[in-house]
Each structure stands twice: as C-alpha cells, then as structure tokens.
Design a binder for this molecule. Structure first.
Ligand code: NIG
Ligand code: FE
Length: 410
C-alpha cells in the first residue's frame, strides 16, 4: 500500500542522516518547501520537492493542499497514569502555598498515591487510555510514562501493568519508567532507608522479572531522595539493565545532574535550578537535558536557563511532564510555545527538542522523531500556516489539522 502525499507547503525536520542535536546544531531544522512524501506500509518511503515528483502509479494520493507536515511530538517525560486530578491544591497554591509546602503537609504526590492505591488496574487503564487518545489528537506520536504514584510493591506493579496494557492498546511507541523513588510513603515517614530497601529488594526484582520497565527514575531533590540515595537505587537498577532518566535540579541545585552524568543516564529532566558546574557536567556528557517548561509555568517557578545550556553545547529535549500536580496538561504544542516564550528557545530549536531529541531521550530515534526514510509515518498535518515560527507563535490555538500514526489517520 503506497500512499503519495502531494502539495505540502513545508515538510519539516527532513533528515537523510540523523544524530542527537546539541548546542548550535539545535537551530538547524531542515525543511523542504512545496514537497511530496510517500508512505509505504506505514513507513516513510520517499520525499522531495514537488518539482522532482517521480512519475509513478500509487495506490492512493492525498492532496495536502498547502498544509505543512512535521514529525509527531515525542513526549519523553510524563506521569499520565493517575487516578484523580488535584485542582484543590491548585487553588491552595493560588492562596500562596508552594509545591514544597503542599508536599510537606502530606499532599502532592502522596495525595495522588492514596487515590491510585484505591483505584483498580482496569479503571486506571481506562482513564489513561482516554488521556492518551486526547494527546494523540494533539500530535503526540511517542510517549514515556512513569510509575511513581503507587509507592508500594503491589501498586507500583499495578501502574506498570497499566503502562504495559497501554503499550499493547495504542499504536504509538510507549516507554515505561519505574519511579518507585518518587516520594517517601507515609508508612515509611520515619524509615526512609526501609523504603529504599523495599525498592531495591522487592520492587526492582519483581519489575525486572515481569520486564515491566524500560528505565529507572528517582526524584533527586531535598526532602525527597538525596544524591547518595539516588546512587544506591541506580546501582541496583543497573544490575537489571535499567538505564536512568532522573528528576534532577527541579527545586534546588540538588547534584542530581552530576549523578545522572556519572551513571550515564539517558536523560536528566527539569533543570530549572542549574549552576556553572551542573551545566558544564551536562554539556560534556552523553546525557540529554529534558526541559519541562509547563511544570515551571504551572508552579510559577524559575525556567531552566536554556540559552546558557545551549551555549555550552548541551543536547536538550522538551517534554510535557503531564501529571496532576505540577503540569496537568500534555499539550506539546503549548510546551513548544512556552519553551520559546519563557526559556528562549528559538522555534527551530524547540521543534527539534520536541521531536528528534525527544525520540533520543526514549531510545526510539530509529523509529520516530524526523522525516527519514524507514521511520514510522507518525505525522502532524497543520492547518495552512505561513512558517515554522508560526507554530509556537500562535500559542494556545490549535494549528493541527490531522494526525497520522504509522500511515493511518487517527
Ligand atoms: O515532575 N517532581 C516530581 N514529580 C512530578 C510532580 C508529581 C506530582 O506533583 O504529582 C514533576 O513535577
Ligand atoms: Fe516529572
């Protein structure tokens, strides 16, 4: 089944060869004006300028009629398995409480954990499935999903099983991350080491045995998990072959970035609180820095210093952090806009960060993230738009007309 798509105003992020983008190279978003694209059995088979369209018979032709086409968003950091929204805490924050205040009084992640523990695997699957289908219509074509609201052996496993069912039910690539070290559950309030032991001795072996996780994550932060506790958990997880994606430097310069680099983490995520040392460590490593601007926006906190990180040659990705506490939205279009408005990404950099580098941050760069022959035809078709910059510029307004996953309209 060969589908020819004609009259694409701009075909964005076209790459014959691809590599992780860092520093200055992030500003290069190769595009073809007035382009065609051929899809064969769900994969990108050919593309080029309409002037060079080969004379051939195709099974079907779709006239894009001036739409632009780009790879779907690769959202490499989410917490979309959750049982309940937390708008009351949102109102509490409007009254002046901080994220840390709410966590300290037993709210926040622990609030989500109590709700999740009381919810069945089937119900979690249903609500997550609905959420993910919404995200796909917003252009998300690959996603990472974390556990971390279970905080007990049975409930962490329940979350990861939900993610596994989502992998089977949804046609986009899904990666699962085990985040047992997201918070210290109330039962272990006075015995944090006991909880770390539970993670290492009970959760990890069972999760590895059922092959429920692709990555390990730790919330490395003051009042959550220290750098030495993070190291201990990473050491244990590495024995099971789980590479790290860390929550690092969100609320403070926690040392999480340096730990991530030391353990060759695939990514360190958040990075709102960086100093020269942590920027340098990241820039001279293979670890990707994942920026989550909607979390900083929603918590009204400082934004990650993206210009400095790019000057130093870091490789950056953009993700939504979709979760009920700090980013109750998975709209990657808005993430890309906010990244430009507040982190000072340039539009081309932001689109690269949210597509190709996001794919690298999930280890699926061979499947998605750019317009490359052999990759899955996971594509966003925009409404007629004049330019690349229009995508972040027209913030909050849908620029997407249609989305295609593996060559099929959704
Ligand atoms: O990435 N910082 C830790 N975890 C999430 C928030 C989780 C929550 O508040 O439920 C984050 O911001
Ligand atoms: Fe997060």
């Amino acid at each position: 089944m060969q589908l020819l798509i004609t009259n694409i105003h701009q075909l964005m992020n076209v790459r014959e060869q691809y590599f992780l983008l860092r520093g200055k190279l992030m500003a290069n978003l190769p595009c073809i004006e007035n382009a065609f694209l051929v899809i064969n059995h769900g994969k990108i088979a050919a593309f080029g300028s309409m002037d060079e369209l080969p004379e051939m018979v195709y099974d079907a032709v779709y006239d894009a009629a001036g739409a632009s086409v780009l790879p779907t968003w690769c959202d490499s950091h989410t917490h979309i398995v959750f049982a309940k929204s937390r708008e009351q805490e949102f109102v509490d924050k409007l009254h002046g409480l901080s994220y840390a205040d709410i966590a300290a009084r037993g709210g926040g992640i622990l609030h989500s954990a109590a709700a999740l523990q009381a919810t069945s695997e089937d119900d979690l699957f249903k609500s997550t499935h609905i959420r993910l289908k919404e995200l796909m219509l917003l252009g998300t074509g690959a996603i990472e999903i974390k556990s971390g609201y279970g905080l007990s052996v049975a409930d962490e496993i329940k979350m990861l099983r939900v993610i596994r069912r989502i992998k089977e039910a949804i046609p986009i690539p899904v990666k699962a991350t085990f985040l047992g070290a997201h918070a210290i559950p109330s039962a272990y309030k006075a015995n944090k080491q006991g909880y770390i032991q539970l993670i290492i001795e009970k959760m990890l072996p069972e999760i590895a045995n059922e092959k429920l996780a692709d990555y390990i994550d730790v919330f490395c932060e003051q009042n959550f998990f220290s750098t030495s506790e993070t190291e201990k958990i990473l050491e244990a997880a590495y024995k099971y072959g789980l590479a790290a994606k860390l929550h690092a430097n969100q609320l403070s310069v926690s040392g999480g970035v340096e730990i991530g680099v030391k353990y060759n983490a695939i990514s360190v995520d958040h990075l709102e609180a960086m100093n020269e040392k942590s920027i340098h460590a990241l820039a001279t490593s293979n670890t990707i820095g994942t920026i989550l601007p909607t979390a900083a926006f929603f918590l009204r906190m400082q934004y990650a210093p993206v210009r400095k990180m790019l000057q130093e040659n870091c490789a950056l990705a953009l993700a939504s952090d979709y979760n009920p506490g700090s980013s109750p939205s998975g709209n990657m279009n808005f993430v890309v806009s906010l990244a430009c408005i507040q982190n000072q990404f340039f539009p081309e950099e932001a689109i690269n960060a949210a597509t190709l580098n996001g794919a690298y941050a999930m280890g699926i760069e061979k499947e998605v993230g750019s317009i490359t022959v052999g990759k899955s035809a996971n594509l966003i078709f925009t409404k007629p738009i004049p330019s690349v910059a229009y995508i972040p510029y027209h913030f909050g307004t849908p620029v997407i007309d249609r989305v295609m996953i593996a060559g099929k309209w959704i």
